[in-house]
Design a protein around this ligand. Sequence first.
Ligand SMILES: *Cc1c(COP(=O)(O)O)cnc(C)c1O
Length: 229
Amino acid sequence: MQDIQTKERLRKNLDQIIWNIEQARITISEHHIVQLVAVGKYSDEENIKTLYEVGQRAFGENQVQQLETRMTNLEELPLQWHMMGHLQSNKINKLIELRPTLFQSLDSLKLATSLNEKLAQKEQKMSCLLQINAANEESKSGVKSEEAFDIYQQIQETCPQLKLKGVMSIGAHVEDEKIIQQSFEETHKIYESLKKDGAKICSMGMSNDYELAIKCGSNLVRIGSKIFK
Ligand SMILES: *Cc1c(COP(=O)(O)O)cnc(C)c1O
């Protein structure tokens, strides 16, 4: 059992974030709806359960192994599960078995091709976002901004088992807010250009930059530390 203080703290954190999201999204439009995915990687199952009890339904993990453990242990709860970390090719089958709600980190044409092939063998489909390395950082995975549009089309043409729903990006890892904003604007521009191809989700924004991301057009934020701290 979890102590009352922990529960109370998590509830307050969540309320605060929901309030901040609300303030940011209405600067765009009343009709601009933003989904919150709580990223549990720094936390534990008890805390995820507590968040469920106060209304949170979508959760994300960045490792297939951890995703599997949590999905199994929290099986009785009607949760949405998002995968958002680099997928090694030896973990593809495991991810397919888990049937995540959304695989947010499809980060190369090569991965798309192997994932598509394995999904076809199992007659399964998977909803995905194309990850864009908009900040052009060595340490990050994702396709280059200049190539994102073409790769998106290519995946749609050659990978029928993948249901591409939009794009995902991690903001530039710098102090200068202008540069972070540029990386979000760049991703959003690509997202806009892909709307005619059915893109519906623009996933950008984490604990330190979600309000800025929303103001740049994000409609899905992935927040870990600010919720679970
Ligand atoms: C960990 C992680 C997050 C959440 O990070 P915080 O800064 O703790 O909010 C979001 N997206 C991805 C891809 C992550 O790996």
